[in-house]
Structures are given as C-alpha cells and as structure tokens.
Design a protein around this ligand. Structure first.
Ligand SMILES: [Zn+2]
Length: 732
C-alpha cells in the first residue's frame, strides 16, 4: 500500500493547453509595467477591498486609495472576477456586474495602487454561478447526492459550482488568463475555489471511477475504502488545479503566482506540506474570533502556516466585521477586538491584512483603529520582519490524524487536545512553535528541546522512527492519550508505535466518559521529594483525572509514578460518594530518561480535559511536564500577573520579544468589551552566544527600558501596557 506521502506526491498532471477553451484575448499591452520579481517577501501590510455588485459607480476609489496611503499599506487584494466581473471581461458568460457599464473599477484600483508603489493581486471567487452561465453550461453545477443540481445556500438566484470539474479547469482558467493578460497583476488570489461540499456530478463520477474504479462514497467514514480514495483524489485534483492556474499565470508573468485561499491546522483538508512547497507566500484566512475562540487563535494560525511555509511571508487576514454563523458581513467589531486579533498575529509573525467587504462603508469606526495600528507597524517594521523563531518547544499537529483517526469527530478528538496544550503554554508564557507531523526530519525539529504530541494518534512507522531518532539525538517528547496507537490511515495497531519510548504497551482497553476519578500526588518513596511534574500541587493530595483512560502495561520498571490512579466511584447518591479503592499503584504518568532525552506519557486525555474544564491543576501538570522535559529555563521568561501571549523572534541584528495582553474578562469568549491594562511584567531573555547587546528599547512605550545584563541573560522591567508591548534588542 502507498504511504500517505506517496499518495500526495502522485498527481495526474494535465497540461493546460488541452483544457483551456482558447478564448481570444485582446493582445493589448498591459496598462502598467510588469512588477519586479521576488516580491512575495516585500509587502508588510495588506489591505483588501472585496467589491459587491453595486459598487461600480457608487463608491469612491480616491477614498480608498487615500486610506491605503495613510495606512502605509504596501500591497492590496482587489476583487476582479469569477462570480461577478468588475472589469470588462470578454470570457463568454462571465457575469459582469450590472452596475459596471463601460467602467473598469478593478483596473482603476490596479492603476491607483501601482501609483502608490503597492503590489497588487486580483481576487477571484469561483464558487457561485449566475443563471446564464448555468443555462449554457449545466455541467458546471455541483450535484447533490440525490442527483439534483445544488442551489446556492445563501442566494437562491445562484447555483454552486463543481470545483473539481470543467468550470474551474476550463472557464476559471480562461478568466484567470484574461485577468493576467489585461492587468499583469502580481498574482491571483482565489477564494472558495476548492468546493462547497461533496459533488456527485457526471464529471466527478467519471473522473473518480477512472482514478480508482469505485463509485463516489456516500459516507463520511474515513475507514470506508471509497471515502478514503475520495479524500486522496479530491486533494490531488485540487493540487492539479493549483498547478494549472499557476502555470498559466506564470506564462504571462513569471513573477506572479496563483495564491490559493487554503491551509490551516490539523482540521484543514489540503496537505499543508504540499501547500508549503507550492505557495510562494500565503494568507491565513481566519478573520476574527467566533464562539468560544480565545484571542490567541490568530497566533495559532501563524504557527500552523509557518510549520510548512518556513520563512515565506504569511499574512493574517482580519475582518473588520463579526465572524459568526449568521454572517453579518456589513458589521463592524469594536476596535479593541480588531486590534487585539491583529496584534496577536503580528506577535507570531503574521503580516497584517485587513479586509473590507463592500466599498461603500456604512460604519467607519474601524478605519482609524486599523490606520493607527498599521502606523505603529510601519514605524517598527525593522523589528517585525522576523527571520527566526527562538522557541525551543513545539506542538506537533497532524492532518492525517484528523482525517483518518478523527473523521467526523476530528474537532473533539484531535483539535481539542491541541487547544488544551496550547492554552496551557500560553498561560505558562512558554514561547513555542508548531510542527507538521510530515516534517519530522532533523533539520525541522532538532532546534526544539521538546516536542509535544497532543493525542497524535495516527503516525506511520516512519514517523515513529523519526521521533525515536529525535529522542536518541537528545530531544524530549511529551505525549498523551492514544498517540501512535494507529497507523497513518487511522487503523489501530496492536501496540503503540512509540511503545519503546513510552516504556508501556497497550492493554487492549480504553475507558471513555469516566466520571469522578482522581489522581493521587505521590512522593518519591526513596527520598520523600516530589517530582517536577507535580510542582505546586504538593499540598493537593489528589487532583481530578481526565475522562478517557487508556489501559497500559508497564514494560520496564519505573521507580514510582508522580501521579497514580484513584478509580471511578459513584458520584450519587451523596452517601455513596467515597472512594472504594482510595489508592492504587497504577501510574497516571510515565516519566522516562532516554539518554539525553526525556519522555513523558500521560495515558489519559489531560490536554483535552484541560480544554473542556480548564482546571488549574491540569494546567500546572501540563506546564510542569514541559519544564521537566526541557531540562532548564526557556529562552524567554515573563513574570507577572495576567494572561500574556509571548513570542520571541530574531532578525539579523536584533531580537524582538512580543507580549500581547490577553488579560480580559472576555478572554475566552469574544468579542471583548475593552482592553484592561496589563500589570507590569519582568522579562528574562537569553542573548544568543557570541552576540552583545547594543541597545534596548520598547516599541510601544516611549520610555527607555530599565534593564540589566549578566551571564548572557537580559532582564528588563515592562511597565503596564494596554494592547501589546514589544522589546527590541539590537545586537552586535
Ligand atoms: Zn462535480
């Protein structure tokens, strides 16, 4: 059987020339000179204007160009075509805005932005079709499982397109070529290009049958062979489309690219390592908080993208509106919420990108907020062009675990454990990155002292070997729950792939929904001391357990476990609430020395339960595990009260310490009401060996920092701050 990686690398390359329908374009010269090459790393601040159909003739381009200039924006994304064309298109049935007349509002903005020296990319959106296109090409429409063509869910006058068939491969290719030829933009950014739900059209049926001989699946179960084949086929098909559009774009402007709206963390469904290779730059499209999302989610996007894009520039798209299921697209969030989202992204190396839908703004309160933040960013950009993260801890994320082990429950089974460990590290102020599980080569992971595997259940033999080798080279691992108990296709193994590292083997049983179970805090019987793992819990006697318990057998002796199980007992009636077995020697954690490396394995859902319950005791154990596994101080420590998200970055001749103030009564439920100033903090930063400190300054507070330097550690006091503070350390 192919490994998952081989599947991803297999691709049915189709040449564009056989596909493009060959619309004759006016061969006029582009209105402006072709942009310079290697532009992808240049833009530091993006603004996006997403037109609505009645913008032509009704909005003021000068209003926006003046705003772009005041914001020091150096790149723009402007709507061009797809669902609605905002330029005089000649592609048959490419729907022109009925307000367009003989105008070219896209072209006007291209010209204006070029005059400001900005890079410019065109936005297309292929997901919705107008009636005349559908009348001419019924085969462009996505089809439901019952054979009915799919109406648009939000606008019933429109139809939903099939992303994997002739509409994208033919018509959208023509539109892409036309935009490139007419405007020579720096790239085409396509929104909702990858489909809107499963499609059962004739093209999908035929292509899928040709691919694997099977009929399209009618289940979401990733263990169904047809479903599994479909997941690979769809992914390959979309990457073929990506390569097709990119090839056609580069034929016209070799310095331009197809820039997909794609990517994300474990729950995203296109392989991030392929995306990391294809994309010269990328935009993290998580526009604001919603539901119970904490404000650090913007930074998490940054870390997930950086895991496979490395040093390529990544912009973080922020909407000025409210991002909830009800889609109030003309709304405006309060300014503090907007700037907190942007600031957290910037602290983790996102370049800010603000999007406004509708060029006739109703509520303009967001405009001075973004202008002020962009002004700060512009003045300090030397310290925000980050080259290297100095974090020594990383959380691993695994798309294959989400797809094949998590399936329809991926959010609960795969994402929630990661969110729990993420929250614990933010609370502990540990600088950390994220790592993609298909990139476990030494050059990607050896700069970390500790890798955290939050229920990374599905790992191949090769990945397990890579992790074992990492530990043999001196790295440390922290793993929870079912980590490595399944292969890369989500099929359960007899034993953990990492059994040798954990020093345990699977005992064949998993208890779920365990109520009223506890963990006893144990002393080392040899000397009466407590392990680092339970630091701060010495007086607790017992702490709460998780709710999923993996039965394991110890395969090598452990002197003692710092935590032991108190099995579940009745929680009602109250007369019956007493432990039937008050103490066992069943370990709640396995701590192992492995040469220079250390391994911590929790046979339960500590991280997931922390995300659900947020018990400070669980937070302490998660944090202590990192402290023990990393053998010593983090390169940055921040002492003081409150919830502060930290980032630590190096530029060529400087270091930037980022502090983002998340201390807020609304921290775990947005949008926030107001920013509450952070109490003062004390920073300790390790200065890289061989470097000396030239000067130190704050990037927000105008005062000079009080600081001392000894033994390669710089200590600085940070006075209270409202939104964010950054300490810039110039080195020589
Ligand atoms: Zn289809």
């Amino acid at each position: 059987m192919d490994t998952r990686r081989e599947f991803l690398e297999k691709s049915t390359i189709t040449t564009a020339s056989t596909l493009v329908s060959g619309v004759a374009f006016a061969q006029q010269a582009a209105p402006h000179a072709a942009p310079n090459k290697d532009w992808y790393d240049r833009p530091m601040r993006w603004l996006q204007l997403a037109f609505v159909e009645d913008d032509p003739g009704n909005y003021d381009p000068k209003f926006w160009l003046d705003y772009f200039k005041r914001c020091h924006a150096d790149a723009a994304c402007i709507s061009a075509g797809g669902c609605v064309a905002f330029y005089p298109t000649k592609v048959p049935f490419h729907y022109r805005s009925k307000y367009l007349g003989d105008r070219d509002i896209f072209g006007d903005m291209v010209k204006g932005c070029r005059e400001l020296g900005m890079n410019i990319i065109a936005r297309t959106d292929p997901h919705a079709l107008h009636q005349d296109m559908v009348d001419a090409h019924p085969e462009f429409v996505a089809v439901e499982a019952d054979g009915q063509p799919r109406r648009h869910w939000a606008d019933p006058t429109l139809w939903v397109s099939c992303a994997l068939g002739p509409y994208n491969f033919l018509a959208m290719t023509d539109i892409t070529i036309e935009i490139m030829k007419n405007y020579m933009v720096d790239g085409i950014f396509s929104n909702r290009w990858s489909g809107s739900g499963m499609c059962y059209c004739k093209s999908c049926q035929t292509l899928f049958r040709d691919y694997c001989g099977k009929e399209l699946p009618r289940t979401n179960n990733p263990q169904d062979p047809a479903r599994r084949a479909y997941m690979s086929w769809r992914e390959n098909r979309l990457f073929d489309l990506w390569r097709l559009w990119d090839t056609e774009i580069k034929k016209i402007n070799p310095h331009a690219a197809f820039l997909a709206n794609a990517g994300g963390g474990a729950l995203s469904n296109l392989d991030m390592t392929t995306i990391g290779n294809l994309a010269p730059t990328l935009f993290a499209d998580r526009q604001a908080r919603h539901g119970l999302m904490p404000p650090w989610a913007a930074g998490k996007n940054a870390k997930e993208y950086a895991a496979t894009l490395g040093n390529k520039a990544i912009a973080g798209i922020t909407s000025v509106g409210i991002e909830e299921a009800y889609r109030w697209k003309d709304s405006v969030q309060n300014g503090d919420e907007i700037r907190l989202w942007i600031a957290d992204g910037v602290a983790h190396n996102l370049r800010p990108w603000v999007v406004k839908f509708n060029a006739k703004p109703i509520d303009k309160r967001w405009m001075p907020v973004v202008e002020k933040f962009y002004g700060w960013h512009y003045r300090n950009q030397k310290y925000l062009r980050n080259e290297k993260s100095l974090a020594e801890v990383a959380i691993v994320y695994s798309q294959q675990t989400a797809a094949y082990y998590g399936g329809p429950q991926a959010s609960a089974k795969v994402e929630n454990p990661a969110l729990g460990y993420y929250q614990a590290l933010v609370e502990a102020r540990v600088p950390f990155d994220m790592v993609h599980d298909l990139l476990l080569e030494p050059e990607n992971i050896d700069r970390y002292k500790v890798l955290i595997l939050p229920n990374i259940a599905a790992l191949s033999d090769r990945q397990c070997k890579q992790l074992s080798d990492y530990v043999a080279r001196g790295g440390s691992l922290i793993a929870t729950q079912e980590t490595s108990l399944y292969d890369e296709w989500g099929v359960r193994r007899k034993d953990f792939g990492l059994a040798g590292l954990f020093g345990v083997s699977f005992d064949g049983k998993i208890d779920t929904q365990v109520h009223n179970s506890y963990l006893t805090i144990e002393k080392n019987p040899a000397d009466g001391t407590y392990h680092t793992l339970v630091r701060g819990l010495e007086n607790a006697t017992r702490i709460i357990n998780g709710v999923t318990w993996i039965h394991v057998k110890t395969t090598e002796p452990q002197k003692y476990s710092p935590l032991t199980l108190v099995p579940t007992y009745p929680d009602l009636p109250m007369e019956e609430v007493f432990a039937r077995v008050p103490h066992t020697d069943i370990p709640g954690v396995y701590v192992r020395e492995r040469g220079k490396g250390r391994v911590v394995y929790f046979p339960f859902d500590l991280d997931r339960t922390f995300w659900e319950v947020l018990s400070t005791d669980h937070g302490a154990v998660l944090k202590n595990a990192v402290a023990w596994a990393s053998r010593g101080q983090q390169p940055l420590t921040v002492a003081g009260r409150g919830l502060i998200d930290v980032g630590l970055w190096a530029q060529k001749d400087s270091i930037t310490v980022h502090l983002v103030n998340l201390t807020n009564p609304m921290a775990m439920k947005g949008p926030i009401r107001e920013l509450v100033p952070s109490p003062p903090q004390k920073i300790r930063v390790r200065i890289p060996r061989g470097k000396t400190v030239k000067s130190v300054k704050f990037l927000v507070n105008p005062a000079a920092p009080q600081h001392t330097l000894s033994n390669g550690i710089l200590e600085a006091s940070v006075p209270g701050f409202e939104l964010n503070e950054a300490l810039a350390i110039d080195l020589a």
